[in-house]
Design a protein around this ligand. Structure first.
Ligand code: SF4
Length: 552
């Protein structure tokens, strides 16, 4: 730790001036914590909280937890305190504060793009049933997220996860957050390159490593070799995107500095080609730059995107090559144009002649019992396993031709549809007010009702239109890149503040990636959301040009 905090000589090497105002950049010698988050991380490596959970807090109960661990370091173990039942941010005081019970946790389990066999899926499902009041949502970072977790149960949960080869380590916090991997890695017919080995290598070398457990803020990784760019690479801190170099062949285009929330930025292409066996080294270099040069003064400016914006990609590349890799990277001349679908919904033939089946729950809402049923189906129908997707979906991998329709029917019966409507397929929602302490409005239930309503009112939509429902400005369900992006806030209605959304229209990922426009007049109450979407989409259908003009 000391080594990485004192790298002023490195800064001198690349002539990076020491700014007058300290941004808390370790490499420039600013090693004194400038806010309480930095102080907490300096006081004790957050990874150390694992043993306290196992051997102290789980035995002595919630009241024994050190507040600095509870509000801070627990996140490195994938644990957040969840919004207390009845807590509504003080708006109506439905439950007196002294009666609020906020001793429960949300727990995120990372999948990192891995293929989950039936035993792993069953373990995930039974944890939901046994410890989480049946909850088990699929998040847009390929996690399973539980609610209602008690501290006393965490050791048993970790034991089951460990047995299934899974973990919640660094699923939250200022750490290498769960990786997004292509849900169809290794099986897609049109895959450019299978990046599975590289993701495994990054995970093996760096997750749980104290050298990478104290970033300025979260650090999100995505990697895909699929031509559809199916891991939302534009919105991650570091992304490896499959490409074919004219001389060197298949490898990865390196992108850095993407992120949404406030001050959203699309990732910038570094213009370099990384071969499969050098991906982990490149990841280490970029992560190290973030750790050493990232801004630590203000949490709101601490993501990598701010450093990339200030430096520009040329300087970023120079520092990466000279200080961290010690060699020049290969230029990557031509950006690939994404092609094909990104969400993998439906039935698709694999390169080995079997099939993968993409299933859509509604807005990521799954449950422990659904996962158990999924595990039973994977086993009964002889499939290889399942992967989670960045679109809150599930893809069953390796299904024999004669098992496809029986599997599809069985999943359909439990609400996992392989042939969903546009609305069920393309609506995402973040956690929202049900469990998230930062939320302003309800999201999951609202999204489910919206899907039901739109399936009735606009059943025959012939183009995909995405709806991203978010409970606050943090954009966990990617407000800015949905066709219809919804940011939760209170809006005025008949002289009263009620739950509603600021609308962002026309956002997109992929070929025409851009942020939706925030239209001041487009604020809608939660109750009026169905009418609003019906009107906007109805107008588009009437007014669109004959040449297939898309919604954005
Ligand atoms: Fe919570 Fe806001 Fe993120 Fe939704 S967008 S999960 S409400 S922090």
């Amino acid at each position: 730790m000391a080594d990485m905090r004192f790298q002023a000589e490195k800064a001198a090497h690349t002539e990076i001036p020491r700014p007058k105002r300290a941004e808390g950049q370790w490499a420039l010698g600013y090693t004194e914590p400038l806010n309480k988050n930095e102080q907490s991380k300096k006081d004790d490596d957050p990874l150390n909280v694992r043993d306290r959970i196992l051997y102290t807090y789980s035995k002595r109960g919630f009241a024994s937890i050190d507040p600095a661990d509870l509000r801070g370091r627990f996140r490195w173990m994938g644990l957040y305190t969840q919004r207390a039942p009845g807590f509504d941010g003080g708006k109506t005081a439905t439950v007196p504060e002294e009666e609020l019970d906020d001793s429960y946790f949300m727990l995120r389990v990372r999948s990192d793009g891995a293929l989950l066999d039936h035993e792993a899926v069953r373990a995930l499902g039974t944890i939901g049933v046994d410890f989480a009041r049946g909850t088990a949502d699929v998040t847009d970072r390929e996690n399973i997220q539980y609610h209602w977790i008690r501290i006393e149960d965490v050791p048993a949960i970790w034991e089951r996860l460990d047995a299934a080869g899974l973990s919640s380590l660094e699923a939250c916090g200022d750490s290498p957050r769960p990786f997004l991997g292509s849900p169809v890695a290794g099986v897609s017919k049109d895959e450019i390159i299978d990046g599975t080995a590289a993701l495994d290598e990054i995970k093996r070398r760096f997750i749980g490593d104290p050298a990478f457990s104290n970033f300025p803020r979260k650090f999100k990784t995505a990697l895909t070799g699929h031509p559809g760019h199916d891991v939302s690479p534009e919105t991650n801190d570091i992304s490896f995107v499959g490409t074919v170099h004219p001389e060197h062949g298949p490898g990865f285009d390196l992108w850095v500095g993407g992120g949404l929330s406030t001050n959203p930025k699309l990732a910038a292409r570094m213009g370099v080609w990384i071969p499969l066996d050098e991906v982990a080294d490149a990841w280490e270099g970029v992560a190290s730059i973030f750790r050493d040069y990232g801004y630590r003064r203000l949490r709101s400016r601490a993501r990598l995107k701010f450093l990339v914006a200030d430096w520009g990609v040329e300087k970023f590349r120079e520092v990466l090559e000279k200080e961290y890799l010690g060699r020049t990277l290969v230029d990557c001349p031509s950006p690939e144009t994404p092609t094909g679908h990104r969400d993998h919904i439906g039935v698709h033939e694999q390169k080995d002649g079997r099939f993968y089946v993409g299933l859509a729950p509604t807005a990521g809402r799954v449950s422990g019992s659904m996962l158990v049923e999924l595990a039973d189906a994977i086993e009964a129908h002889g499939a290889a396993g399942a992967r989670l997707t960045p679109y809150q979906k599930i893809v069953v991998i390796g299904v024999d031709a004669d098992q496809v329709e029986p599997l599809v029917a069985r999943m359909d019966a439990i609400g996992l549809q392989a042939r969903p409507s546009n609305w069920r397929r393309n609506t995402m929602a973040c956690t929202g007010i049900e469990f998230c302490k930062l939320a302003i409005v309800d999201t999951k239930d609202r999204a489910r009702d919206l899907v039901d309503e739109l399936e009735q009112r606009l059943p025959d939509l012939d183009v995909p239109i995405t709806v991203n429902v978010n409970g606050c400005p943090n954009a966990c369900a990617r407000t800015q890149v949905g066709d219809i992006g919804l940011k939760g806030q209170l809006v005025m209605h008949d002289g009263e503040q009620v739950e509603g959304f600021q609308v962002h229209l026309g956002g997109a990922l992929g070929l025409n990636a851009n942020f939706g426009r925030k239209l001041r007049a487009h604020k809608v109450t939660s109750a009026g959301l169905g009418d609003y979407v019906t009107t906007v989409v109805g107008n588009y259908l009437v007014d669109r040009a004959d040449d297939g003009e898309d919604f954005a």
